[in-house]
Design a protein around this ligand. Structure first.
Ligand SMILES: NC(=O)c1ccc[n+]([C@@H]2O[C@H](COP(=O)([O-])OP(=O)(O)OC[C@H]3O[C@@H](n4cnc5c(N)ncnc54)[C@H](O)[C@@H]3O)[C@@H](O)[C@H]2O)c1
Ligand SMILES: O=C(O)C1=N[C@H](C(=O)O)CCC1
Length: 250
């Protein structure tokens, strides 16, 4: 049995993970920690993998503390910059266990992971690319971690293909053109009734490709979370892995 601790256990995602772990035949819940709980309860004598879904302002601190306690991690909280990821890599380099592993993924839904992957493949064939993410209004960060990841993948693909900057004749005030991430405009919508959705628009003269992923319910994230837990627990992924795509045979 894989012994799993959940950090952020009272949140929307954390509480779903607690239920998913309880329902999994090969897992047992070893600890569940809320915002006032003690991370010191999560140690390698009782936990194999900790799953962290909290808030962007707390996640790095939680991750560094748990790495220091020798614990492997699956992290779904968003808000990760290159600087923060580098701090995780540094902590892992001096971690108590040599084979310690952390997986940080902005999205565990297979639809979103594939949309991101397809966009990274398609982007080099299109003159223009824009990302629209649409979420429930309780979300604290914008743009979404997934949209940032997608825009960065599109930016990389465009550089690989040596594409020129995108055509855009906008003059003067351009706030409504979205936030540029790696040269890609990203637009964030917050709307009552939505859960988590992303649309990638790719355009050429006379044609358009639209890639869209919809998570209608938080249950959509659970198979990916459990897959990441099983993959980390099985070993062989020491160090930092960013993105669930790294654990899929794409
Ligand atoms: N990777 C994915 O597939 C995926 C899917 C959905 C949401 N998310 C991300 O997961 C994060 C959480 O989303 P949510 O909808 O569950 O938010 P939420 O606000 O419902 O839950 C966050 C929880 O973290 C708790 N918390 C805050 N600080 C804490 C701390 N220091 N230690 C322990 N717990 C603490 C809060 O009390 C709250 O219960 C967000 O960053 C969101 O973008 C990722
Ligand atoms: O509901 C959220 O919050 C979500 N956050 C992630 C993100 O920012 O990409 C994944 C989708 C849901």
């Amino acid at each position: 049995m894989i012994r799993v601790a959940v950090v952020g256990a009272q949140g929307r995602m954390g509480s779903s993970v607690v239920e998913a772990v309880k329902a999994a035949d090969d897992m047992v819940l070893s600890a569940s920690v809320g915002s006032t709980g003690e991370l010191s309860d999560i140690r390698t004598d009782s936990t194999d993998v900790a799953v962290e879904f909290t808030v962007p302002s707390a996640s790095l601190g939680n991750v560094l503390t748990l790495i220091g306690q020798g614990v492997d991690l699956v992290v779904g909280t968003t808000g990760w910059t290159q600087e923060k990821l580098d701090q995780v890599r540094q902590a892992l380099a001096t971690a108590p266990r040599k084979d310690q592993a952390v997986c940080i993924a902005p999205n565990f839904a297979i639809s979103a992971v594939l949309a991101d992957y397809f966009a990274s493949k398609a982007a080099e064939y299109f003159t223009s690319a824009e990302v629209i993410e649409l979420h429930h209004p309780d979300k604290v960060d914008a743009p979404s971690g997934t949209a940032i990841h997608t825009a960065q993948a599109i930016g990389q693909a465009r550089r690989r293909a040596r594409l020129a900057s995108m055509p855009d004749g906008t003059q003067g005030e351009a706030a409504s053109r979205g936030q540029l991430i790696d040269g890609v405009p990203v637009h964030a919508v917050r709307l009552q009734g939505l859960n988590a959705h992303e649309e990638i628009l790719l355009g050429n003269t006379g044609e358009q490709l639209t890639i869209r992923a919809d998570s209608f319910d938080r249950s959509s994230f659970m198979p990916g979370v459990l897959l990441a837990v099983r993959t980390i627990a099985a070993g062989g992924h020491e160090g930092l892995t960013v993105g669930l795509d790294q654990f899929l045979d794409l």
